[in-house]
Each structure stands twice: as C-alpha cells, then as structure tokens.
Design a protein around this ligand. Structure first.
Ligand SMILES: [Fe+2]
Length: 376
C-alpha cells in the first residue's frame, strides 16, 4: 500500500479515485494518482506547475504507474500535446505497426481506436507486439462518453502475482512469439505510407524475420520476453499481449448486463470452441477498412517452449488470465478534459463497449526497446 505523495503546490490536490467515479468496484485502490486543481483550474495554471516541477510529476508516474489530471480546463489536442511536452515526453509522430484505424489530429496526437462501439478491446500494453514500443502512453478525453466507453487500466505486476504457479511458470520460461500477416491493401494502414523498401528497412532494424509474398503482402515474425524489471523502479513488468478470445470473454461476461439478452447468452453459454471460432472471424472483420476487400490482416501469438515449439494458452489458462485482469482492473468514467498518463511498461489498458458520442485522443512517446530490458 502506497501513501499519497506530499504535494508540491497548494494549487493542486492529490487523491485516488473514489468508488463513485468507478463503474465497477475493484481491489485496486491506488491506480491512478489523481491530480486536481484546488481552485484555479485554468490550462495556464497546470502549464506553470508542470514547467516548474517536471521531475516531480515524472517521479509520480514511475511510482504509481498512471496519473490522471482531472478538473483542469483542457480543451483541445494542442493543449494536450503541450502538457505531454512539458513532461519532457519525446512524442512520436508516426504510428507504425498499429492495426486500428486512427485519424491524425495534430502532428503528434491521434484519435484512439475507432473499433466498433460494442467491442471490448482486450487489455494490452501499447505496441507490445513489436520490440520498440512507447514507455509513456497518454489519453485525453475531449468529449466525454454519454455512457460507458471506459479505458480500464491494470497494474501488470498485480495480474502476474494473481496467476497460479503453473501459469506463472509457463509465462516466465516461454518467450512470446508474434506472427503477423498484412495483405497488400492494408500496408498503408499499418505502415502509414512507407514504401516497401522502407518497410523492409524498418523490419530489419527491429530484428524481425519477414517474407514478402508475390502479391505484395507481408508476413513478419518476432519473439521476446514478457517479464522484465522496470528500468527505473526495478518493479516487475508483465507486458501483456495475448490474442485469445477466451481471455476477453471473461470481460464480456462481467459486463454482460450492458448487452442484449441474445448477446448475454452468447458470451455466457456458447461452448468455448464455437465461441473462439466466431470471435476470430469478428476480430478480423474489424480490421478491414474497405469491406469490399476479402483478405484481412491477422496477428497470432504463441509461447515458445524450451524445445522451440509454439504453444498457446489452454482454455483454463485463458480464463484464469482474463479473471486476473478483471480483478485488478480500474474501470472509471471519463470526464471532459481528463488527461491520463500511463507508464506503458507497468500498466496495461483496454477499452470497454461505448456509446457515441465519445472522443478520446491519444499520443505516445519515449520509445524504448524490449531487448534492452533486464529479464525479471
Ligand atoms: Fe491501445
């Protein structure tokens, strides 16, 4: 149990989220650290505070894993970007390797995923399926959702510590392997306009095995550890990115009251094998931008056993992992103007079902290489 830090200013109040700000009760009580104005809530006040105390704010991000600025007058993408730059975050202006359809708002701010409103985006660390990924990820709530649309966050050390010894052993001893296929017509979405030569160069730089098909489609493949020591705090990080419909099924079951009677039946009672088959079809369909295209991209994840064999999670293991995620997740309602800063190595995020209107913007930076991390 961490205590609240001592504030650096009389202008801000520090606290954790109250139960009435959450959609579900959770055993996680100290994520994120909430920073709110005492009286003067202008953007200028926050700007001044950050410019004078950058190291203090960054230290809180290391300690708590996520910071939520709530109650300040932050209105647009430019102000959001300024707040991140005042933290000295080196923001990325490209989003290579993504699979979601995103719109660019400024040179370094994008819309968050435009995934179908009913879909839950399963917990993951951003860009976990590639070696070079963001240390810091941020969200800004420009238009608060009428209903639902939460972005759950989860301390990954807590997920890991809630797993059974046998599943912990499997995860500890098996690197994760990511196999991705991108058809020709989706290369632009995933690599944002790079030429095939530049894509080849990028894949070589990041150490992928890859194959170009005759029709211009691309397979690429990479593997690395999922458990490592946080470079600044030495805390255990469990970088999570397992594509398995039976993990997220646990999430659908917990929020099944948000769905119709028939959907509830589907999430709760369909035999696992059938469910997995249906969900895989739906997930692939969600990545297709132009519905006239037949070929879609795919991402498959495996664990590499010591003898080099690729295995997947069993049905029971997937269920166990989904439960551990859910139990440790913080699911809070967005408020207009919220800025959420996440340490993307310590903390995973997700997205629940949503109702329009909702506008959440995102940005990320301070890229780091998983191969530089010390195994836990
Ligand atoms: Fe994400």
């Amino acid at each position: 149990m961490k205590n609240l830090p001592i504030s650096i200013s009389e202008d801000i109040r520090l606290r954790f989220l109250r139960d009435d700000e959450k959609s579900f009760v959770s055993q996680e009580k100290e994520l994120p650290l909430v920073i709110e104005p005492v009286e003067e809530k202008s953007f200028a006040v926050l700007q001044l505070l950050l410019s004078k105390n950058r190291d203090w704010f960054n230290h809180q991000l290391d300690t708590y894993g996520a910071i939520l600025f709530r109650g300040f007058d932050i209105e647009n993408a430019e102000q959001f970007q300024t707040i991140l730059e005042l933290h000295n975050i080196q923001l990325e202006s490209v989003y290579h390797f993504g699979s979601a359809h995103r719109l660019r708002i400024t040179d370094k701010v994008f819309t968050s995923s435009e995934a179908p409103p009913d879909t839950i985006i399963a917990p993951h660390n951003e860009l976990n399926m590639v070696p070079i990924r963001p240390y810091v990820l941020a969200f800004f709530c420009q238009i608060e959702p009428d209903l639902y649309g939460e972005t759950p966050i989860i301390n990954t050390e807590k997920i890991f510590s809630h797993l059974s010894p046998s599943l912990q052993h499997k995860i500890t001893t098996s690197p994760q392997r990511f196999v991705r296929y991108v058809p020709n017509h989706l290369l632009d979405l995933v690599f944002q306009g790079l030429s095939p030569e530049d894509i080849t160069k990028l894949l070589q730089e990041q150490g992928f095995d890859f194959t170009w098909e005759d029709d211009g489609s691309l397979y690429f493949d990479c593997s690395y550890i999922t458990l490592f020591s946080h470079p600044r705090t030495n805390k255990l990080c469990f970088c999570l990115s397992i594509v398995d419909a039976l993990i997220s099924r646990q999430w659908y079951r917990h929020i099944s009251q948000r769905y119709s009677f028939w959907q509830r039946l589907y999430y709760n009672w369909l035999p696992a094998k059938l469910y997995k088959g249906f969900q895989q079809k739906l997930t692939t369909a969600a990545t297709v931008v132009d519905s006239s295209q037949k070929k879609t991209s795919s991402l498959n994840t495996y664990f590499l056993s010591t003898d080099g064999q690729s295995t997947t999670l069993t049905e029971a293991e997937a269920k166990e992992l989904g439960e551990a995620e859910w139990k440790n997740a913080v699911i809070f309602q967005w408020k207009q103007g919220d800025i959420l800063l996440i340490d993307n190595l310590q903390v995973a995020h997700s997205r629940l079902n949503t109702k329009l209107k909702r506008k959440i913007l995102t940005a990320f930076g301070n890229m780091c290489n998983i191969r530089d991390m010390k195994p836990a």
